[in-house]
Design a protein. Sequence first.
Length: 142
Amino acid sequence: MRPALLLLILSALPLPAFAQERSIEMRESLVSLARVLGESHALRQACEGGEDQFWRSRMNRLVETEQAEPVLEREMKDSFNAGFADARRLYPACGDGTRRAQGAAAVRGRELAFGLSQAKYRVMTVLPPEGAQDVTAEPAPR
């Protein structure tokens, strides 16, 4: 799987509404995706060089997009760093194993991103005052 496909999938993630609640499954998927991005970052750097920041920049974009509360944001960043450290330890140099690991990470990232793209956010809505006419309660546009 090409990194461009994973990037396309990541860019299709839904933008969250402000005042949202994430399910436990969604939180776990975001943390898992952050780990895959960390692994991918280490694997790509092993082959492309330490100055390559492709997957780190995607992680930063994910954090910005999700606007997670501080606890979830910290979990995501810790997971990214753990994935990076593990992949760096297992694949310190570029080789066939590193390339296979990149492919496996891309598949896992695609699965997580697809699951997140299908997730439903619970958004707080405001109900109209009792007796109000011609008033609809719609969430703000994203």
